[in-house]
Design a protein around this ligand. Structure first.
Ligand SMILES: Cc1cc2nc3c(=O)[nH]c(=O)nc-3n(C[C@H](O)[C@H](O)[C@H](O)COP(=O)(O)OP(=O)(O)OC[C@H]3O[C@@H](n4cnc5c(N)ncnc54)[C@H](O)[C@@H]3O)c2cc1C
Length: 491
């Protein structure tokens, strides 16, 4: 999708005079207006969307964010909040020449309370920086994503990020205790409470989690910390079939209970992509299997309990025929190599040409049926297409990605294949909905799925979503065209 510089209805274009006013509100070194400086903020990781913006603001304080949003509301100028720019649904991309409001300079860890198991951090800190700060205090911040070196806590909250450890610790919504945020108009919500219980009416914090920059700009958060696991066992597991994956997940959940902290699924085809294109990856198992799992068992007690649990689960599963072969990591380095391979499959897809991606979820027990039906459907739609469904099996979250057919003119075929995105998406989403699933498990709605959202929610639900948007942002200045694309209640 290419940018259209016409501002959305009800909003105004940015004049040079207003641009100078905004720049002065962001303080010294707080504004970028050279195209070469702006370019990294308008490209996104998949190279699917190409944004355009005349100005990037990088405020350093919540007061500056407040002044910027006040002026934007008064002058009806559109703003796109941006964190690490790793979002996968175009939510952080300016499509109509909006100002980009980057939180990257607001990146301080404000407080770590190890005894209370909380950490307070500004929105622009990277997820990795928060993980390190927690580790320095002898605690765990469990959110873990392939993009953790670049994505920011504000972006994680705004997109309600999931990742590898949702199975045990929940997604970002479950990890946020309090938020500081600025509303369009400039009012600051001072909600940095470290409370586990707070039933004081409607929960504004929960509304802001997952709001994808459409309701407010998140400037800081108080997050939950956990004890660090003293003992972790990571296994790379070869599975004879997809049905066996389902049976093995049940065995692992029963055998490890809350100690099962991750259960990721991958097909052989996507591992082959990684081995073909990324030399550092090695196959941990001697033979080939149609499906694989990476599982992690963690215990807060360091007496070898995790490894004993992993061994006994794997032995029983091999006896039952649900597991064909497995390697338990013998060192931290080997465990990291298993995870590196799991994360490497995301990158590897881009070397195989065009890829049509679906971030969906279905009830865990229905995953094998969903994958089988969706695979048959996309292969019938585009003969030769190569489905490589993988993901967070334990959460019912499958990235049902489909690579373009092999052969022919790669560049022309890529364009022709990607031109079928909407058609294939409608087909896969139809099957997801039939199984009682969700068309966005963890990446959000952004621009990519705004039309799809309007098509699947009831009129009553859409009216409520639009009403919430209008209550927070009556002039529609924050992230127009995202999540609820068409508004009704603008003043
Ligand atoms: C290699 C790779 C692996 C990934 N793996 C996962 C995964 O396992 N699970 C997962 O859930 N996601 C994953 N993602 C997607 C992405 O990293 C997450 O959605 C992440 O949470 C986005 O954070 P960000 O800081 O980059 O946000 P951005 O991309 O900058 O923004 C995302 C959305 O949040 C809004 N936003 C950002 N900051 C703020 C703020 N301070 N206040 C208000 N709104 C804001 C933006 O307007 C936009 O709508 C992956 C991405 C990549 C590239």
């Amino acid at each position: 999708m290419q940018p259209d510089p016409t501002p959305p209805a009800g909003l105004k274009p940015l004049t040079p005079g207003l641009a100078a006013k905004f720049a002065s509100l962001a303080g010294p070194h707080g504004a970028l207006d050279e195209p070469s400086d702006i370019a990294p903020y308008t490209q996104e990781p998949r190279d699917l969307y190409h944004g355009a913006s005349p100005l990037v603001l990088r405020p350093a304080t919540v007061e500056q964010v407040s002044a910027i949003l006040h002026l934007a509301h008064e002058e009806r100028i559109a703003i796109v909040p941006q964190g690490g720019n790793t979002g996968l649904v175009g939510g952080q991309v300016p499509f109509g020449g909006e100002i980009i409001l980057s939180l990257s300079r607001m990146n301080r860890i404000r407080d770590v309370d190890a005894a209370g198991n909380t950490l307070t951090v500004e929105a622009g800190a990277t997820l990795a920086a928060v993980q390190y700060a927690a580790a320095d205090a002898g605690r765990l911040f469990p959110l873990s994503l392939g993009s953790e070196g670049s994505c920011q806590i504000g972006g994680n909250i705004a997109s309600n990020a999931g990742g590898m450890h949702v199975l045990r610790y929940g997604n970002m919504r479950d990890l946020v205790l309090g938020l500081e945020a600025v509303l369009p108009g400039g009012a600051v919500i001072h909600g940095l409470k470290a409370l586990r219980k707070d039933n004081t009416g409607y929960d504004l914090k929960s509304l802001l989690v997952g709001s994808e920059g459409t309701l407010a700009v998140i400037t800081a958060a108080t997050l939950k910390l956990f004890p660090r696991p003293a003992d972790v066992a990571t296994a790379f597991v070869g599975l004879p079939s997809l049905d066996a994956a389902g049976a093995f997940f049940s065995q692992a959940s029963e055998g490890a209970g809350p100690l099962l902290t991750a259960f990721e699924l991958m097909p052989r085809a996507i591992l082959d992509f990684a081995f073909r294109h990324i030399p550092r990856h090695r196959d941990p198992l001697a033979a080939r299997y149609p499906w694989y799992a990476v599982i992690e068992i963690s215990s807060p007690v360091g007496d070898g309990v995790a490894e004993r649990a992993a061994l006994s689960i794997l032995e029983a599963a091999m006896e039952a025929g649900t597991v064909a072969d497995a390697a338990i990591a013998a060192s931290d380095a080997q465990a990291r190599a298993f995870w590196c391979l799991r994360e490497g499959i995301v990158e590897a897809q881009k070397y195989e040409g065009g890829s049509i991606k679906h971030d969906v979820s279905v009830p865990v027990a229905l995953i094998p049926r969903f994958i089988a039906e969706a695979t048959a459907a996309v292969e019938a739609l585009v003969p030769g297409a190569r489905p490589v469904p993988f993901g967070h099996f334990g959460d019912g979250n499958i990235h049902f990605n489909v690579s373009q057919p092999v052969g022919g003119d790669a560049a022309a075929d890529k364009a022709a294949f990607l031109a079928r995105w909407d058609e294939m998406q409608a087909l896969v989403h139809g099957i997801v909905l039939k199984y009682g699933g969700s068309i966005s498990a963890e990446h959000g709605i952004g621009r990519m799925k705004a039309d799809a959202l309007a098509a699947i929610k009831s009129p009553a639900e859409m009216a409520l979503l639009r009403g919430i948007k209008a209550a927070f942002d009556p002039r529609g200045v924050l992230n127009p065209g995202k999540v609820v694309a068409k508004l009704t209640a603008l003043d």
